[in-house]
Design a protein around this ligand. Structure first.
Ligand code: GDP
Length: 442
């Protein structure tokens, strides 16, 4: 699955991996290659373009977590963007209606619709312990109803007895009635396919939907057809209310273009993936697992996640230690601001902290102001951050200029630091450090 896309991407990352630091130029060059890899995988052009822009923006702006390399960081960023592109979380079936819940299967001929109907029925019966009935509404192809009956016997799932000469909507009504009377939980309707999306087919689908009120309407498409699969989904989606997509033949899909473009282009989640000819070859579509398979770098991703966790802990401990000594310089303040942002903003934190309730300066800082504070602090020299007392009028002007702020802003920042420093000292006297350290660690 996704082998050629995987190979291309790992080639790109191999080049990044050895580097100590990555420049913006290097990131951009790598992302151009990612873009080519995506297009070769038959990902829709606007999707590939937006993906690469998004990743570049994140990768260039992102601070590299200590103890991982920038290359590893980029892998993690690409991974997260892939997961998002694929739909973030697994979209499950929603069958919570009064039984029988109708699952209507639609799609073009040859997409694997009938096989997938049987696969899903078997899964619902065996995994979810549902009582499932299947019915074929395909009266266009002579052997279609018989095909489903055969698959039903193989899967151990009941099928509606065949009555010749009925229209699709009549079969749907009969199936519904029969499923209701016999206490089935789920009724799966396998509708007729066509070679192309045509109006007659869409009218038939809508008539069946009106007669059976499906809880789920799942479109089956062949992943091997790449962008065509996405276009078919767009075509169906415009006419019929779809609740999700099932991608078949993912087992043979080396490129992955359909999987990657589907969600973004159609707005419909991929709910399952067909992974072989056997009746058990169906899997819920998990974006994180699929992204993992595409990148083949699960080890790097979890390494970066762990490193980020560790750094947070280390920073919290370092801060707590310094405060215990009664020291609190502007570097500490910068670090603390970052942690505050992560913890839901200054206002929230100031309220939580003993001895800080009265701190107007901190409480009044809004989230945008935090960004300004960071800019001012990065315009200071390390010496100034370590010993804010040396910041005289001349230095204040320089800092304000460098950060696009005013001297008043710099004064406010220094005042805030002073207040926090004295609060720390007060706290030290109160012996409240354990509590505070625990809070920063959270
Ligand atoms: P329909 O015309 O859409 O109903 O398609 P069928 O269900 O008859 O399937 C056509 C062929 O595709 C059959 O030989 C299936 O075994 C095969 N098929 C369906 N899904 C998959 C899949 O996920 N992987 C593979 N390898 N073959 C599949």
């Amino acid at each position: 699955m996704f082998d050629s896309l995987s190979d291309r991407l790992s080639g790109v990352f191999d080049k990044l991996r050895g580097r100590g630091a990555l420049s913006e130029t290097e990131v951009r060059a790598a992302m151009r290659e990612v873009r080519v890899a995506l297009l070769e995988a038959d990902v829709a052009l606007p999707v590939a373009r937006e993906f690469v822009e998004e990743v570049t923006e994140r990768a260039v702006g992102e601070e590299v977590v200590r103890s991982v390399t920038p290359g590893q960081m980029v892998v993690k960023i690409v991974n997260d963007a892939l997961v998002e592109l694929l739909g973030s979380t697994n979209a499950e079936l929603d069958l919570n209606t009064s039984p029988p819940a109708v699952v209507m299967m639609v799609g073009l001929q040859g997409s694997g619709k009938t096989t997938t109907t049987a696969k899903l029925a078997k899964r619902l019966k065996e995994k979810d312990r549902k009582k499932v009935m299947m019915a074929s509404l395909d009266v266009a192809r002579p052997a279609a109803q018989e095909q489903l009956a055969v698959l039903g016997r193989q899967a151990g799932v009941d099928t509606l007895p065949i009555v010749a000469g009925q229209s699709p909507t009549d079969i749907a009504k009969r199936a519904l009635e029969s499923a209701r009377l016999q206490g089935y939980d789920v009724l799966m309707l396998d509708t007729a396919g066509r070679l192309h999306v045509d109006q007659q087919l869409m009218d038939e689908m809508n008539a069946i939907a009106a007669a059976s009120k499906p809880a789920e309407t799942l479109l089956v498409v062949d992943s091997l057809t790449g962008q065509d699969a996405v276009n078919v989904a767009k075509g169906f989606g415009a006419e019929v209310e779809l609740s999700g997509v099932i991608l078949t033949r993912m087992d043979g899909d080396a490129r992955g273009g359909a999987a990657l473009s589907m969600r973004k282009v159609t707005g419909k989640p991929i709910k399952f993936a067909g992974t072989g000819e056997g009746l058990d070859a169906i899997e819920p579509f998990h974006p994180d697992r699929v992204a993992g398979r595409i990148l083949g770098m699960g080890d790097v991703v979890s390494l970066v996640e762990k490193a980020a966790e560790t750094v947070k802990m280390e920073d919290a401990e370092r801060l707590a230690k310094k405060m215990e000594k009664g020291k609190f310089d502007l570097d500490d303040l910068a670090l603390q601001i970052k942690q505050m942002q992560a913890m839901g903003g200054v206002g929230a934190l100031a309220k939580m902290m003993p001895g800080m309730k009265g701190m107007k300066a901190a409480g009044d800082v809004d989230e945008k102001a935090l960004t300004r504070l960071e800019a001012m602090m990065s315009s200071m020299t390390p010496g100034e951050r370590a010993k804010p007392k040396i910041i005289n009028a001349k230095r204040k002007i320089r800092i304000a200029k460098g950060s696009g702020t005013t001297v008043q802003d710099v004064n406010k920042l220094l005042k805030m630091h002073q207040q926090m420093e004295s609060a720390m000292k007060k706290l030290k006297k109160m012996g409240g450090f354990g509590k505070l350290a625990a809070m920063f660690g959270g």
